[in-house]
Design a protein around this ligand. Structure first.
Ligand code: ZN
Length: 217
């Protein structure tokens, strides 16, 4: 079973991975999407997680795999219909994830109105860092996310620019899904997504919170 690790030694088996699409205006613009009236939600299976230091394998059915660096939340307590003002108390830790996306496959699925799992949930589609305990993060809306490929900066954004901030996402998601310890929420990506290829080294970072490094086979 795949586990999420917190730097204080706590470990939780990973449950569902809830992902938010289109949560930063600059990324919506770069893909030519419409700003959604409600958060766009999709899921990745726990089997898609690869830990820090691991290896990504791009599936043979895609020729265009993109990185999306994102703030990741680790749920620490069970909750349903959580009010926004209490939502942050349900987070056990903050980390960084790369929401790997087979953009060519996703574009075809979008055109046909089909679900995205084969573009977003394949094995190794979710590189995930160790989490920093939530009590060490003063404000999740004041974090800088950076993504580098082979040492070159591709994404840099602030969580201050989220359309739906962390607490609102948790509150909204908990009206649909009971949140449970070990669940993970990926909160969307800022602009700068780009293609990765075999041989690349991917580094995602949230300043003072988490770092993640994986290689692409
Ligand atoms: Zn994403």
């Amino acid at each position: 079973m795949v586990s999420a690790r917190i730097s204080n030694g706590r470990e939780l088996p990973i449950g569902k991975i809830l992902c938010i699409g289109r949560n930063y205006v600059d990324h919506i613009r770069e893909l030519g999407n419409e700003t959604p009236s409600a958060p766009v939600v999709f899921m990745k299976p726990a089997s898609s997680v690869v830990a820090d230091g691991g290896e990504v394998i791009i599936p043979a059915y895609s020729a265009n795999c993109h990185h999306e660096a994102e703030l990741a939340l680790l749920v620490g307590e069970r909750g349903k219909n959580i009010p926004e003002e209490k939502a942050l108390a349900f987070i056990a830790g903050y980390g960084v994830a790369i929401d790997l996306t087979l953009r060519d496959v996703q574009d075809e699925l979008k055109k046909k109105g089909l679900p995205w799992e084969i573009a977003k949930g394949f094995d190794t589609a979710c590189p995930l860092s160790t989490f920093t305990p939530a009590e060490q993060v003063a404000d999740p809306q004041q974090l800088t996310i950076t993504m580098r490929v082979n040492g070159e900066e591709r994404q840099k954004g602030s969580t201050a620019l989220m359309i739906n901030p962390t607490a609102r996402l948790i509150s909204h998601l908990s009206t649909i899904f009971t949140l449970e310890p070990g669940d993970i929420i990926l909160t969307g990506t800022p602009a700068g997504v780009s293609r990765i290829v075999p041989g690349d080294t991917l580094e995602a970072e949230i300043e003072r919170v988490a770092t993640l490094r994986v290689s692409v086979r």
